[in-house]
Design a protein around this ligand. Structure first.
Ligand SMILES: [Fe+2]
Length: 269
């Protein structure tokens, strides 16, 4: 099943334009994802700082950018898989953060010799698919009592999909050791995992190319790799829970959304 071929907007084409703050703003507003090439990381950092509050990640050593590379250690801590050469299933960053992270930027400083492709999934398509084919599972995944996320030694129950007051949806997805499900959620999580895999796009990101994604819409991940692979990651926080830069709308469908919806309907038939 391949929906992207029919979709006009394609952030995954080979071509990446030079970083432009205005183009980033427009693409993020329209589709929640922006691909670019950069000459210096500071121009990207500067552009991101105009989108919201750049935040330090606990792993960033007090800097705004986190350097993602394998440390070479055989054992890595809980939630530290990013610093190994293992694969990372598609996920939302800092799923418990309140207000949520609005954007995540990943800048390729050095691609891996083998593997290390970037993975992206539009959770809006996943949500639609669930709503059409598996509404019972969508109900479970929207129940705040069933899924819990772990941060340090704290557990918080948050649903995979949270509806905001204005018909927007915020997605929080993880399949790693930071996410727990009650027995009532196991089948729904399994189906979610299958659909996420089906919608995963794999990209070989070149040196000095990067992506900015809406963290509450697009999931990101990577395949495992051999050799050195270096990325810089920036996180941009939302101003509050109802920040217009969060999530995706399910009421105002663009032509692209309608096209996708029709394709799903056709498959369902
Ligand atoms: Fe991540």
């Amino acid at each position: 099943m391949e929906f992207r071929q029919e979709v006009k907007f394609d952030p995954f084409s080979e071509k990446a334009e030079k970083f432009d703050a205005q183009a980033m703003k427009e693409d993020l507003k329209a589709n929640g994802i922006y691909r670019f090439e950069f000459d210096s990381t500071s121009e990207v950092e500067d552009g991101l700082s105009r989108m919201g509050q750049l935040v330090n990640h606990p792993d960033s050593d007090g800097r705004l950018a986190t350097q993602l590379e394998a440390t070479g250690k055989r054992d890595y801590g809980r939630g530290q898989r990013g610093f190994s050469n293992c694969s990372l299933p598609p996920h939302t960053d800092q799923a418990l953060r309140s207000p949520p992270l609005a954007y995540l930027a990943l800048l390729c400083i050095q691609p891996a010799q083998v593997g290390g492709e970037s993975l992206f999934v539009d959770s809006k398509l996943v949500y639609r698919r669930l709503s059409i084919e598996y509404p019972k599972f969508l109900e479970v995944l929207s129940n705040p009592e069933i899924i819990a996320h772990r941060f340090e030694d704290q557990f918080s129950s948050v649903p995979v999909f949270t509806a905001l007051e204005d018909d927007r949806i915020i997605a929080r997805v993880r399949f790693d050791e930071l996410c727990y499900s009650s027995i009532a959620g196991i089948d729904a999580i399994q189906k979610l995992r299958e659909i996420v895999e089906e919608y995963t796009v794999r990209i070989s990101v070149k040196q000095n190319q990067g992506f900015v994604v809406s963290n509450s819409r697009w999931l990101h991940g990577r395949s495992d790799f051999v050799g050195e692979r270096k990325y810089l990651r920036y996180l941009v926080a939302a101003n509050n829970q109802n920040d217009p830069n969060l999530g995706f709308s399910i009421s105002n469908d663009s032509n692209r959304d309608i096209a996708v919806k029709e394709q799903i309907a056709e498959i369902v038939r």
